[in-house]
Design a protein around this ligand. Structure first.
Ligand code: SF4
Ligand code: SF4
Length: 100
């Protein structure tokens, strides 16, 4: 599996956490609804190494061309990406600061 491109479906949208023998999705968690903070990528610091993609538990970091950003439909705000980013290019910001 390659890195997910902007606009492509997250693995949870295509395979889900649990599926039956016919491939029907039985559970697909859209954890973005209860996230309390979100990862914000500082674009000028990101060198597109993709390490955040490897560590993100739901595999929701997507390739946005020159840098990576979270698919907020599935990002649960755990902060693992921010902790593991070698360039310190990700900050976790409280959800209350965003309008949508
Ligand atoms: S780990 Fe950091 S530097 Fe690497 S792609 Fe992710 S945000 Fe960019
Ligand atoms: S905060 Fe957690 S779930 Fe969201 S993109 Fe980072 S590692 Fe993935």
């Amino acid at each position: 599996m390659g890195f997910i491109k902007e606009g492509e479906k997250c693995i949870f949208e295509t395979e889900a956490a649990w599926s039956d023998a016919k491939g029907n999705k039985m559970l697909c968690l859209e954890t973005g609804d209860w996230r309390t903070s979100r990862p914000v990528v500082i674009q000028k610091k990101c060198n597109a190494c993709g390490i955040c993609v490897s560590f993100c538990p739901p595999q929701c970091m997507v390739d946005d061309g020159d840098y990576y950003k979270a698919n907020l439909k599935f990002c649960k705000g755990c902060g693992v990406c921010a902790t593991e980013c070698p360039k310190k290019a990700i900050t976790m910001e409280p959800e209350g600061g965003f309008s949508e």
